[in-house]
Design a protein around this ligand. Structure first.
Ligand SMILES: O=C(CO)[C@@H](O)[C@H](O)CO
Length: 191
């Protein structure tokens, strides 16, 4: 990713969080990715790691319309994906999409167990959440122009516990230094 695009996305996320009352901690732990695919407008996500403890994790995330977090699963992490502001589409599969068929399975949406089909898209309005147990594949993208997304989970391990359907995906971006850095990402070694 270009450093200028990272700067732009951090600025946009900060503005959106501020406009909608989501205060950031001092010195936020920014994580930002184009999933190594080179086109953040299509595959991209801005994350702030709010809490990363051995027992639990909390993230605040931001995306613009068009920016998809591509289909992936976790083998250890259980997480709630929450629409904090805007509207979020979450597509879910009970197994790898190539092997999931279109069979039905159950998934908690706002704590109510719903029956959906492999590849169903759940629309989350602000305040709503879906609970993803390990092994459930998921992909999400804003339906609104911008979206603030929450994640509350068990332990997070972005290096070892992200399993993407697309084998070309790398979790962290390569960075092209075309502008001065306004912040450093956790993938750049900041603590
Ligand atoms: O788990 C999620 C989203 O489901 C994020 O925390 C990961 O960082 C994406 O790779």
């Amino acid at each position: 990713m270009k450093r200028s695009d990272i700067n732009y996305l951090v600025r946009s996320a900060r503005q959106c969080f501020q406009d909608h009352g989501w205060a950031l901690p001092p010195d936020p732990r920014w994580d930002l990715t184009d999933f190594g695919l080179g086109d953040w407008r299509k595959s991209g996500l801005v994350l702030v790691n709010l809490a990363e403890e051995p027992e639990y994790c909390e993230k605040l995330m931001y995306a613009q319309k068009g920016m998809t977090t591509p289909a992936h699963t976790h083998l250890k992490k259980k997480e709630d994906i929450i629409c904090r502001w805007g509207r979020l589409a979450v597509t879910v599969w009970p197994a790898h999409p190539d092997r999931a068929g279109d069979g039905s399975f159950t998934i908690p949406v706002n704590h109510r167990v719903e029956t959906v089909h492999a590849g169903s898209t759940i629309i989350l309005e602000a305040g709503c959440r879906v609970t993803l147990v390990p092994g459930i594949y998921h992909e999400f993208r804003p339906v609104s122009d911008e979206c603030i997304i929450g994640e509350v989970s068990t332990a997070n391990d972005d290096l070892n516990d992200n399993f993407f359907v697309d084998p070309d995906i790398g979790r962290y971006p390569g960075i092209e230094e075309d502008a001065p850095a306004q912040i450093r990402l956790i993938s750049e070694g900041r603590q």
